[in-house]
Design a protein around this ligand. Sequence first.
Ligand SMILES: NC(=O)c1ccc[n+]([C@@H]2O[C@H](COP(=O)([O-])OP(=O)(O)OC[C@H]3O[C@@H](n4cnc5c(N)ncnc54)[C@H](OP(=O)(O)O)[C@@H]3O)[C@@H](O)[C@H]2O)c1
Length: 490
Amino acid sequence: MEQLAVHQEFPRPFALPAVPPRCWTVTGRTRSPLARAVRAGSVRTGPAALAVVLGTDYRPADDALLLDAVARARADGLPLALLHEGAGGISLLRAAGSEDRALRFASVQIAARTPSALAAAPAAAAAALLTDRLGGPAQRGEVLIDGQGRSVTGHWRRLELPPGEGPLTDAEPAAGHLPGGGVPSDLSTPAGPYAWPGAVPSGRSMPTGPYAWPAAVPSDLSMPAGSSSRPGPVPYDPRGGRPVGPVLVTGGLGGLGLRAAAVVGAVTGARVLLLDVRDPGELTSRERRVLERVRSGPGGAEVLAADVTDPAAVAEALAKATGGPPATVVHCAGLIEGGRLDGLHPADLARLRAVKTDGLRNVLRATDRGALRQIVAFGSVISRRAHSGMGGYALANEVLRRETLRSAARLPGCAVVVAEWSLWSGAGEAHRMGVVKDAAQMGMPPVPLRPGMDALLAMLRRPPGPGRAAALVVTGAGDRGFPEPAAPAP
Ligand SMILES: NC(=O)c1ccc[n+]([C@@H]2O[C@H](COP(=O)([O-])OP(=O)(O)OC[C@H]3O[C@@H](n4cnc5c(N)ncnc54)[C@H](OP(=O)(O)O)[C@@H]3O)[C@@H](O)[C@H]2O)c1
């Protein structure tokens, strides 16, 4: 029986309704061209609204800017529009909206600083605040303005995963067993120009190359029928089982990281590097058995004690590791913490983001990028759907998604995937906290361990290249909250 649903977001043109211009109060990066454009589009007699403006990359100061904007919008009873050039932040606003149903919010991203995009942004923000056609208030509220000033929104398409054949993670794996045979065609769908919205590279000029947004978006925005991509290189020879480099798993002693290490190590035969702040002594007896199995796998394993947020510690740990530079990075390190936004401080947001985003950045800085063949970063579906009390975690995962997809531009030989998982059963923090059953009763079936790990293996087999970098949302099949029901056609 089908246990998972995998979705990817694709852009489609979206005609925003004409609405009266707003009288904007602009906060954030107030001296940027985008902020100037919002002020230029402001009409004194229009209905009042707040605009918080961010840039291309999410910066540490943005935590305070977003929290302040949310607090001010709530205190003054004003709608809040986020306008940005790739930094993101809508996930925090969604959480704020589910914690305070009176808050109206929307997000507009411009793909490039063209005169047309800048001119269109304030009207798009005003319209996005009013229209209900951008999906339910819990989820979407997001518009992208292309270089020609046209508005685009996202819609979800389901991808089919082939049936899993991977080893059970807590059972004895068949050594050298290679699940699935070839690259699963449905996961190899070209994603580049469609990887909305995080794939717009950083930089202040019009994106070029595979991200030449929106020129690269075909007019019908659909995938050619029967399209499939050829397999990309894998970091090991499937016949001889010879790995070309170790697999580095950050958070490798965590619930999911340890299982990922066991599965990927067994399947590839590669040496496994488990990098974590957790001490192996903290593992349960079941987890210790999994670790022993990883250690006795074909390539062996090493536990590297390092905090991913500490660049020097990561560099030192990786310099000491044996087996050559990693060919694969599975970035599982993460902090999972809740808290309503009105009780959170910028430092709380920064801490949650650091493990995810700084963590991956530090790992990439400390590794030989030329040797890297695959990266899978563990994100969360919470960056896509509102969840009260999880705004900080949602933001950390949204920024991780955006930065990871952007990093693909600097990793031409590498397959880059952000796996935006729903909660897992069988292992991991949600399982440990005992919340899986309640979530299933609320319409969120979990990602069971085995199919989830099969999905991970399928992601590791995606072909390389920035044009194929993708964020894939993986939920249990039949999730009632994701994707949210489609917005009515414009
Ligand atoms: N479990 C789920 O249902 C679920 C769903 C969606 C996404 N995810 C994501 O999947 C990943 C793994 O989740 P999990 O459930 O396996 O969580 P977990 O059991 O808590 O594992 C995370 C591991 O990362 C370690 N870690 C935390 N901060 C670190 C740092 N600064 N440097 C190095 N290691 C650090 C943790 O150590 P400490 O325990 O000592 O902090 C822990 O060993 C996370 O990124 C999470 O956001 C999980």
